[in-house]
Design a binder for this molecule. Structure first.
Ligand code: ADP
Length: 260
């Protein structure tokens, strides 16, 4: 009887080990396929501007006497494509750097009110071009232990998006609040909104709701992936609420004290 018990127990344990092994294997397979997808996306994204540049240059070279006007127009297009390539490379580097330095948080006590004011100050001229009002509302002074560079990158991306995907004469409201454990940053806009079916996907690398619009505004589809990574590294959380043609709100929650 005792032997039977032992053998039954042994059997169950073997089952459990093989189950968890299968789970691990399936997780690794998922990771590998997402890595392959990422590499294939990167290649595609990097190739697109290069292809355009090639077409533009070839078409100039194939004509004998190019009017100066046309020449300049094509060169301007080429410059735009180079700028775009640059943006993709820079965003990729930010993303890779975040992954690599996942364990290396540069934590210091930071005045979050000042940090947000600085971000808004830098972006106000860009918003002003389309007469978009940028407002900051603080419910209390907040000092928190954060990696200033990473947090700043995360919030900047949200505010840049709130401007990019807004309407002319619209508004962006950034607010800061805190309780005894967390601080909360809300970035709210009066923009075009995000369709319900896309709301789960926007944090994926290279995902855009409207490729043409994202491209027009210099988007790479990496911004929110960077933001999400940076927030998760602070053991924080990010959520989106949005209604098409009404606007979008991103809420970020970060612990006041860094949890290593
Ligand atoms: P992008 O470089 O294209 O802006 P992001 O990763 O920052 O990439 O955002 C992914 C997509 O999510 C964008 O292409 C856009 O469609 C959508 N999006 C992000 N923020 C907003 C916003 N505030 N309002 C509407 N759509 C947004």
């Amino acid at each position: 009887y005792m032997d039977e018990q032992v053998s039954i127990k042994g059997f169950t344990e073997v089952e459990t080990i093989s189950e968890s092994f299968n789970k691990m294997l399936s997780r690794m397979q998922k990771l590998e396929s997402s890595r392959q997808e990422f590499v294939s996306n990167v290649s595609h994204e990097l190739k697109t501007p290069i292809t355009s540049i090639k077409v533009l240059a070839d078409s100039l070279l194939s004509q004998d006497a190019v009017p100066e006007e046309l020449y300049k127009e094509f060169l301007l297009d080429i410059t735009d494509e180079i700028e775009r390539e640059n943006k993709i490379i820079n965003d990729l580097l930010s993303l890779v750097k975040l992954d690599k330095t996942a364990g290396e948080m540069n934590i210091a006590s930071i005045n979050i009110n000042d940090l947000l004011e600085q971000i808004l100050k830098r972006l106000r001229p860009i918003a002003a071009k389309r007469n978009i009002e940028l407002v900051f509302e603080s419910f209390r002074p907040v000092i928190a232990e954060v990696d200033e560079v990473k947090l700043s990158l995360a919030i900047s991306n949200l505010v840049e998006n709130a401007i990019k995907y807004n309407v002319d004469d619209g508004w962006v409201r950034v607010s800061l609040n805190a309780d005894h454990k967390y601080f909360y940053v809300k970035v709210q806009d009066s923009g075009i909104g995000i369709p319900e079916e896309s709301q789960d996907s926007i944090f994926e690398r290279f995902y855009r709701v409207d490729k043409a619009r994202s491209r027009e505004t210099g988007g790479t589809g990496l911004g929110l992936a960077i933001t999400r990574n940076a927030i998760l590294m602070h053991r924080g959380a990010i959520k989106v609420y949005s209604k098409e043609n009404e606007g979008t709100t991103f809420t970020v929650r970060v612990p006041l004290g860094y949890i290593a």
